[in-house]
Ligand binder design. Structure first.
Ligand SMILES: [Zn+2]
Length: 87
């Protein structure tokens, strides 16, 4: 199960995404990014807490995308069979 952390959740405007198979991996990658991109070498506990809370399960994102793909496929199939509405 993949974990993901969007830097934009903590640093508005930043497009960086840290990924990993567990929280530790994500935090390690993110700490590296904070040091190189945001000059934050010593991360305060308060920030670290925010970082941990911002980590999400990537599976939810992928499930949503998969559902959208399925919907699109069904939609196209219907249209090929003669969708009454002109899309
Ligand atoms: Zn960033």
């Amino acid at each position: 199960m993949a974990k993901i952390l969007y830097c934009g959740d903590l640093v508005p405007g930043c497009k960086f995404e840290a990924r990993g198979t567990c929280d530790e991996e994500v935090v390690a990658e993110y700490a590296d990014h904070l040091a190189t991109a945001h000059n934050m070498v010593n991360i305060p506990d308060a920030i670290m807490e925010m970082v941990c809370k911002a980590i999400q399960e990537e599976v939810h994102v992928q499930a949503r995308a998969a559902r959208a793909q399925l919907f699109l496929a069904l939609f196209r199939m219907r249209c090929r069979r003669g969708c009454p509405r002109p899309f």
